[in-house]
Ligand binder design. Structure first.
Ligand SMILES: [Ca+2]
Length: 256
């Protein structure tokens, strides 16, 4: 029997489960926000997010899967009040189904603080189209009370002004910039500090990604990062195994 795209997508999504990586403020052991990631269920053909999305890409439903998994992740959070960061796949950029998919999310949970992460590899400045599209999204997303984050900032990025003109609420600095930050020369740290100042001057919140050691965490706080995430704080886990899910109010994480 031949499955429709929707059925193929549902089958693949069914073989996955969401896990959540904590995002921390300085001095806070408990995360005030989470980024939703995806894993394959035990016994499923695909176990990593990369493999799961490769299958979806091959069959032309990467965007549909991405939207489906956002709903699954939101559903798994239950009544937790923490901010939830959800990833957006490249094929969703410019797609007319995108805003309706976000509206559905908002209907599922009218009050949750939701942040959508746009990956830097979506080539935000490529021929001006994705950037134009992102600007067009600003009002409808604001109406839905959803914030924007730029993911993996600094990984191969070449046009700062274009990036900042998109008015992201959060800028997530790529782990390549964070790795061994405590051991990096002063000039490297000063360069990063300039990017942080630029981020703050645009009213955005700076998040360090991929923090793996106490030294890196401390160096990031000292440099002025607002939030941090990474295995130093804990590995991603399913919602039911994260006892912090309902502990905190996320006010500290809301953009100005
Ligand atoms: Ca991400």
């Amino acid at each position: 029997m031949r499955h429709t795209i929707q059925q193929q997508c549902d089958l693949l999504a069914k073989a996955t489960f969401p896990v959540f990586l904590g995002i921390h403020a300085r001095g806070e052991k408990q995360p005030g926000a989470h980024e939703a990631l995806v894993r394959g269920k035990p016994g499923a053909k695909q176990s990593s997010a990369h493999d799961i999305f490769s299958v979806a890409r091959k069959h032309g439903f990467e965007g549909l899967l991405s939207a489906t998994l956002r709903e699954k992740a939101l559903d798994a959070c239950g009544a937790s009040r923490q901010t939830l960061f959800l990833n957006v796949a490249s094929p969703e950029i410019g797609n007319e189904d995108f805003i309706p998919s976000v509206a559905r999310l908002r209907n599922l949970n009218p009050t949750k603080n939701i942040v959508l992460e746009f990956h830097e590899s979506t080539k935000l400045d490529h021929e001006g189209v994705p950037l134009y599209w992102l600007r067009k999204l600003k009002d409808p997303l604001q109406e839905l009370n959803v914030s924007l984050a730029l993911d993996d900032f600094g990984a191969g990025m070449d046009r700062l002004s274009a990036i900042f003109s998109a008015e992201f609420h959060y800028i997530k600095f790529d782990m390549a910039l964070i790795r061994h930050l405590d051991l990096k020369p002063l000039r490297f740290r000063r360069g990063l500090q300039c990017l942080l100042e630029l981020t703050h001057s645009h009213g955005a919140i700076a998040i360090a990604e991929g923090v793996q050691s106490a030294g890196e965490a401390e160096a990031c706080w000292d440099l002025g990062f607002d939030l941090e995430q990474g295995f130093f704080f804990g590995h991603p886990v399913p919602a039911e195994r994260d006892s912090t899910f309902s502990l905190r109010h996320p006010a500290v994480f809301a953009p100005q």
